[in-house]
Design a binder for this molecule. Structure first.
Ligand code: DAT
Length: 183
């Protein structure tokens, strides 16, 4: 796994991204518990800090105001140690980010997960298409250096555990590379 270059951050920032339902929240929570990094749920920030232009009835989601969102996240990102949980990644400045994890899942599993969430049909179908077309993976590869983008499968708990192990291993290496492993 890649490690990043010198930075002023005491700890790295990691994005965990992917189509809704791939397992971002589950991974971020497990990773936060293991690593001590902060889980930054962008959904929650959008709601709490009102970084939106209203509610989209058809999609049943907020229409995000990206400028407001970036302002709301900037201090945390500068400090470092954030695990950013969001179904997009191209809006974050490259300089903020040390690792981009793109989670992937088989379509049948994704269908079951989104169905269980009672997603509206139009939203369910769009998300399935997006996963099949690798939209988030492409977005990540176009927005960041390819060495910091990793694709991980998230079909079952074994995969999730090994993903979290791998990211924790990357974090330990980052601390060594950036002289933050003293303490
Ligand atoms: P997201 O935050 O990407 O929308 P989530 O973490 O809320 O996804 O997960 C959606 C559902 O799928 C939830 O019930 C947990 C389950 N899930 C996700 N990833 C999984 C995995 N690797 N193994 C088992 N269950 C998983």
């Amino acid at each position: 796994m890649p490690s990043s270059n010198a930075t002023t951050r005491a700890l790295p920032n990691i994005i965990v991204t992917g189509t809704p339902g791939v397992g971002k929240t589950s991974h971020c929570e497990a990773l936060a518990e293991r690593s001590g990094l902060r889980h930054v749920s962008v959904n929650q920030v959008v709601k709490d800090k009102q970084c939106h232009e209203g509610w989209d009835e058809e999609y049943q989601s907020w229409v995000v105001d990206e400028d407001k969102l970036l302002d709301a996240l900037e201090d945390d990102a500068k400090q470092g140690g954030c695990i950013i949980d969001w179904h997009a990644c191209d809006l974050f400045p490259q300089s903020w980010i040390d690792l981009v994890v793109v989670l992937r899942v088989d379509s049948t599993t994704l269908y079951d997960r989104l169905k269980a969430r009672n997603y509206p049909e139009v939203k369910l179908q769009e998300n399935l298409d997006s996963e099949i077309m690798e939209v988030l993976l492409q977005e990540a590869r176009e927005s960041y250096d390819e060495e910091i983008v990793i694709e991980l499968q998230s079909n079952d708990t074994d995969e999730m555990e090994s993903n979290v192990d791998r990211i924790v291993g990357w974090l330990e290496q980052w601390k060594k590379d950036n002289g933050r492993d003293a303490a």
